[in-house]
Design a protein around this ligand. Structure first.
Ligand SMILES: N[C@@H](CCC(=O)N[C@@H](CS)C(=O)NCC(=O)O)C(=O)O
Length: 214
């Protein structure tokens, strides 16, 4: 690289947003998915959760990933990062569901991040919540699987005939849920949900955002 190109490269790096991420975190996955579809460039910094970098904690003391450092602000909520990317560029109309509205999408994501996530954590780490069995916590989560199954029955995706914000914000959590007991999930009475999840897992976009970084 000659010196002018190198200076240009340094200037570009100085203004390129930094995304602090953790590969297997479902919140970080949804942020990476939205950034990927938007086509925007970020510098990805893979974080070790038990040894978070001081510069990330200085930007966001709450210490969760993902964190996006922009030249003029810091976003430390995954949904805000998704919306930031999609408002800038939304080539696949993730913000335009063809059946439901954006309010419907945000309401569904709120249930996923709230009641469903709480049951998912208890199901996944049932040994930490010995008051009930894993099966009990799984049943607590099933109301949401049923709700998604009914939505997917109407169209191929949650609120639309194409993938959108709700799908991409929720799929990483359904993936996590399915992997707690894949044998159970694969025979459970949610055929549309199983199909929706496997299409996502095989998609080029998912494979790309899950590539291992040093
Ligand atoms: N509400 C946050 C939640 C993010 C979150 O909880 N991320 C987890 C990893 S999946 C985390 O960083 N936990 C802190 C830790 O494990 O130390 C968001 O949507 O970005």
């Amino acid at each position: 690289m000659d010196s002018i190109l190198f200076v240009e490269y340094l200037e570009r790096m100085a203004t390129t947003p930094i995304l602090y991420s953790f590969r297997r975190c479902p919140y970080a996955m949804r942020a990476r998915l939205a950034i990927h579809v938007s086509g925007l460039s970020v510098q990805l910094k893979e974080v070790v959760l038990r040894d978070k970098p001081a510069e990330m904690l200085a930007l966001s003391p709450k210490g969760t990933v993902p964190v996006l450092q922009l030249p003029d602000q810091v976003l430390d909520e995954s949904l805000d990062i998704m919306l930031w990317a999609l408002v800038k560029h939304d080539p696949e109309s993730w913000l335009n569901p063809s059946i439901g509205s954006m309010d419907d999408a945000l309401a569904l994501i709120e249930i996923s991040d709230g009641e469903f996530k709480q049951a998912l954590d208890r199901y996944k780490y049932a040994d930490r919540y010995p008051e009930h069995s894993a099966k009990y916590y799984r049943q607590q989560a099933e109301f949401f699987l049923l709700q998604l199954e009914q939505l997917l029955n109407k169209s191929g995706y949650l609120l639309s005939n194409h993938a959108g914000l709700a799908d991409m914000a929720i799929l990483p959590f359904i993936r996590q849920f399915a992997h707690v007991d894949k044998v159970w999930f694969d025979q459970a009475p949610y055929p549309k949900l199983q199909h929706w999840l496997s299409g996502f897992l095989l998609s080029e976009r998912f494979v790309k955002i899950m590539e291992k970084k040093p």
